[in-house]
Design a binder for this molecule. Sequence first.
Ligand code: ZN
Length: 148
Amino acid sequence: MADLRELYQEVIFDHSKRPRNFHPIVDASRKAQGFNPLCGDKLTVYLKLNGDLIEDVSFEGCGCAISTASASLMTETLKGKSVQEVQHLFEAFHHAVTDDHASAHDELGKLQVLCGVREFPARVKCATLAWHTLQAALREKQGTVSTE
Ligand code: ZN
């Protein structure tokens, strides 16, 4: 399993150094800000919805490697998905990063690289910040979400 862990760390490192979809969407239909005071991670998630479909999703902000990589992987995963699929993935992802007994979640694909954070409870908030912010954007909540 050591090799797998190394591979996961490489993916996280890559996404934190070169985050994908790291830009605002000018004609976004929704956006929300997220803040994790525990670590200082701050990000804005932009969403472009086409009916029930995520036509485009992006983010910008500054945070630690985990929060940046997680937001990057999230935006990469969610493009083209329906809002229902997004909810399902959010639940699966949340479960995977918080529950020690979680079994393999094949549907998570690349997101699985973040499952290791469950060994570091303080980092779970970094990994889920982008997702909570996305939820806020979907619910059209104004203002800033805090993980606290
Ligand atoms: Zn963080």
